[in-house]
Ligand binder design. Sequence first.
Ligand code: HEM
Length: 321
Amino acid sequence: MAALIIQNVFAVMWVINMMMYGVANGLSMNYYMMTCPFAEFIVKNTVNRALQSDPTLAAALVRMHFHDCFVQGCDGSILIDSTKDNTAEKDSPANLSLRGYEIIDAAKDALEKQCPGVVSCSDILAMAARDAVFFAGGPVYDIPKGRKDGRRSKIEDTINLPPPTLNSSELIRMFGQRGFTPQEMVALSGAHTLGTARCSSFKNRLTNFDSTHDMDPSMDTQFAKTLSKTCIAGDSAEQPFDTTRNTFDNDYFNALQRKAGVLFSDQTLFASVQTRGIVNAYAMNQAMFFFNFQQAMVKMGAMDVKEGSNGEVRNTCRVIN
Ligand code: HEM
């Protein structure tokens, strides 16, 4: 009994600590307050400027942060360029359509001028993704900082990224292994409210789908025609995930209800009874989606972060020091 009370007291203290200082995994909300007080401002300015001239890059930044965190943790490993001795993560087929690296470079350049050697590339990417969500009309939220940059970026590690052929149970298992609940997985998938997929990511749904179906039966037949039409232009032809590709809203979940999800891994969230209730809730209640999304993003942003001598603050985001 006494042990239980002590445990509860500690839990409450931890929550209070989190609220006051925003400390999680050694990260903190005001990490750069003394060393680079304008860090957040500089990143936001750089992101806003880039997105004003190309709003489609909001999607790219959010996806880049996800692909960073799921491989070796949020350590900026996605930003490293390949060398003659090492093929880096960014050259994996799963990452070839990532864009927006120049925005991170621009923010890093500006930060190096203000406070050299202080702000990590992984923190810049995490802040940029957060700012992109807000720019596109999504929720505003604070993220803890203090991630160090990793020294490893290998193509083979990208095996940890989910392919679009996974069904709901497989997604639940894969995200579960990384500590996410099914609800958090569905909320994070809601990032597909932004951006597009290329035909190569969904064409398997259109012909020879499985032994009994030519087309994926979870798809609306009219929408299947839309996807087929997109694919006439070739493998890299793009299909927006929802009707508002540059706006962060809950329209993606409405699309799933209409059986107009672009990827198999999108539509399965509605097709499966395990996750359909969550999709319906987010389709009905955008505020609930926004709230759960921001919480899940903060959690994703803390995945396997490197601290102290486990990492470094890279001088250039594309090259290990
Ligand atoms: C649930 C498992 C997921 C799968 C299977 C998946 C798969 C994909 C695929 C195949 C694409 C299209 C790539 C292309 O064809 O070029 C894509 C795009 C995208 N993904 Fe995911 N994704 C998942 C989760 C996430 C998460 C958790 C986020 C962020 C939090 C995210 C953010 C995005 C964004 C924003 C795009 C559009 C990128 C652009 O237009 O440039 N995805 N995803």
